[in-house]
Design a protein around this ligand. Structure first.
Ligand code: KIV
Length: 279
C-alpha cells in the first residue's frame, strides 16, 4: 500500500528528513510504499521554497523555454542556458534530488555528444542527474550516459521536443510502443521514467511492467510519482492550461493585486511610511 505522506528518503513519521534524497531513494521508493513528488524550478528563490516544502525531486525542465523565456515551445533552449538555470537552482537546494533536462539537439547527435553534455550539466550546473526525451530511440544514449555514472531519468509518451513531428502537444495512445519504450529505457539503465500525456490505464500497465519508478504528468494516479510545471500549478502561467494540471494557488492574481497596491500607495504618498525610513 502506497503512502502519500512519506518522503522519498525514508522518514516514517511524516516529517521531512534533512538528509538529501538520492537516486537509490528513488529506486527503492516503490518497495517502501512511498510516492515520489517532483516539481520544476528554474532559479534559486523557487528552488529554496520547493526544497523547504519537502519535494523529493526538482527538475530544471526545458519547459523554461515557455514559462521563463516566453517561447511557444522548448526547441530553442540551449545547453548553456540549461547549465545557467541548473547552477542557480542548485544553490537553493539542500535536500531534493536535482535533475536537469537535456535540451533539444544536446543529445540527439550521438551518444558521445550526449555524454559530454550530460557531464557539463553535472560539473558546471551541479545537477545530480539528467533527463532526456525518447524511448527505444534514446536507449544507446541513456546507456552511454549512465555507464559513466551519470544517473538518467528517461521521458516517454508526449515528448515536447518532438512537437514538430507530432504536430502539437497531444496525448500518446500507442500502448505497444509506449510499453516498448519504457522497457527499453529501463534496460538501458535509466533510474526513473517520466510518462507524459499517456492514458491512465496504459501508465498503470507500464508501471506494473517496469521496476524503475514511473513519474507521471497527465498519466493518472497509477504512477509511482508525479511531476508538474511549477508556474502552472501555482497559477503563474496562464498561456497554456493543460487539463492534467491542478492549480494549487493563484499566485499570478496575488502578484497583480500586490503590485497594484504598491503603485497606488506610491502615487498616493502612503508608501514609504515613517517605519520604512531612517532618522
Ligand atoms: O521540461 C519539463 O518541465 C518537463 C516536465 C514537463 C516533465 O519535461
Amino acid at each position: 500500500m502506497k503512502s502519500a505522506t512519506k518522503p522519498a528518503n525514508g522518514h516514517t513519521n511524516g516529517a521531512v528528513e534533512a538528509r538529501p534524497v538520492t537516486v537509490p531513494d528513488f529506486l527503492s521508493a516503490r518497495a517502501r510504499g512511498v510516492r515520489l513528488t517532483m516539481l520544476t524550478a528554474y532559479d534559486y528563490i523557487t528552488a529554496r521554497l520547493l526544497d523547504r516544502a519537502g519535494v523529493d525531486g526538482i527538475l530544471v525542465g526545458d519547459s523554461l523555454g515557455m514559462v521563463v523565456q516566453g517561447n511557444a515551445d522548448s526547441l530553442s533552449v540551449t545547453l548553456d542556458e540549461m547549465i545557467y538555470h541548473t547552477r542557480i537552482t542548485a544553490r537553493g537546494i539542500q535536500r531534493s534530488l536535482l535533475v536537469a533536462d537535456m535540451p533539444f539537439m544536446s543529445f540527439q547527435v550521438s551518444p558521445q555528444q550526449a555524454l559530454e553534455n550530460a557531464g557539463r550539466l553535472m560539473k558546471e550546473g551541479g545537477a545530480h542527474a539528467v533527463k532526456l526525451e525518447g524511448g527505444a530511440r534514446s536507449a544507446a544514449t541513456i546507456a552511454a550516459i549512465s555507464q559513466a555514472d551519470i544517473p538518467v531519468m528517461a521521458h516517454v509518451g508526449l515528448t515536447p521536443q518532438s512537437v514538430r513531428r507530432l504536430g502539437g502537444f497531444r496525448v500518446q495512445r500507442d500502448e505497444g510502443r509506449l510499453l516498448e519504450d519504457a522497457l527499453a529505457v529501463e534496460k538501458a539503465g535509466a533510474f526513473a521514467v517520466v510518462l507524459e500525456c499517456v492514458p491512465t490505464e496504459v501508465a498503470e500497465k507500464i508501471t506494473a511492467a517496469v521496476q524503475i519508478p514511473t513519474i507521471g504528468i497527465g498519466a493518472g494516479a497509477g504512477c509511482d510519482g508525479q511531476v508538474l510545471v511549477t508556474p502552472d500549478m501555482l497559477g503563474l502561467f496562464d498561456k497554456l492550461q493543460p487539463r492534467f494540471v491542478k492549480q494549487y494557488a493563484d499566485l499570478g492574481e496575488q502578484i497583480v493585486e500586490a503590485v497594484k497596491a504598491y503603485c497606488r500607495e506610491v502615487k498616493e504618498g502612503t508608501f514609504p511610511g515613517p517605519k520604512h525610513g531612517f532618522r
